[in-house]
Structures are given as structure tokens and as C-alpha cells.
Design a protein around this ligand. Structure first.
Ligand SMILES: [Zn+2]
Length: 121
């Protein structure tokens, strides 16, 4: 991740989002929910400060896991919807781990998951 991409304050808790793996913005970007044109106009946010998104990360490296109480609790939602969403969001989280490991060797346009990039081309 480039130096200039680091240290934007979270819109929920105001603390800096120091790492790409903590970024709800980049997570949504790699899974195709934010398109490249609007990426830099969006406010940064910790993935943990967006629990309705974070609860779909099924990865042992994402600890502690996040749970939501109430209507948006994944345990209350449609099983098939939850399965698809968890697959996508988990893939996105794993992609962020790869990007972090690559330390800026990957261009921002190459960040999204392959099936997301294909959709945009
Ligand atoms: Zn935050």
C-alpha cells in the first residue's frame, strides 16, 4: 500500500485506519461494491466499525470474529444469502491479506478479485 493511502481517519471512531486489512473501504472495493472511479471520494472506515459487513468474514485470521445483534444479525438472515455473502466478503478479506503481503507491488486497479475485474472490463 502506498504511503499516501495510509492513515485516513475512520468515519465511525475517528482513529486512523492504518492497514489495508482493517479497511472497510478497500474490502468493499475488492469485492466490487465500490467502483474505481468513486474509491477516492469515499470516507475511510475500519472493517470492525462496520459490523454488518465484518460479520461475514469467515477466516481464522480475522479474530475475534464480529457478531451483530438485531435485525441484521447473519444468524437471522436467509441461509443462501448468508452463504453467498460470506463467501464473497471472506474472499475479499483474504485478498486484502495478499495485498498487504505484496507491500505496494500490486497496482490499485489490480486490487479487486479476478471475477470483479472481469465484470468491469
Ligand atoms: Zn473505526
Amino acid at each position: 500500500m502506498a504511503k499516501c493511502d495510509e492513515g485516513y481517519p475512520c468515519q465511525v471512531c475517528s482513529e486512523d485506519v492504518g492497514s489495508i486489512v482493517d479497511s472497510a473501504l478497500y474490502l468493499q472495493y475488492v469485492i466490487g461494491w465500490i467502483d474505481p472511479e468513486t474509491l477516492h471520494t469515499q470516507r475511510e472506515c475500519h472493517v470492525r466499525c462496520m459490523p454488518t459487513l465484518a460479520q461475514f468474514i469467515d477466516d481464522e485470521r480475522f479474530v475475534p470474529a464480529v457478531f451483530v445483534e438485531g435485525d441484521f444479525d447473519r444468524r437471522q438472515l436467509d441461509t443462501e444469502f448468508v452463504r453467498e455473502r460470506a463467501q464473497l466478503v471472506t474472499e475479499g478479506f483474504q485478498r486484502l491479506l495478499e495485498l498487504q503481503a505484496a507491500r505496494g507491488e500490486i497496482a490499485v486497479v489490480e486490487y479487486p478479485l479476478p471475477h470483479v475485474r472481469n465484470k468491469w472490463q
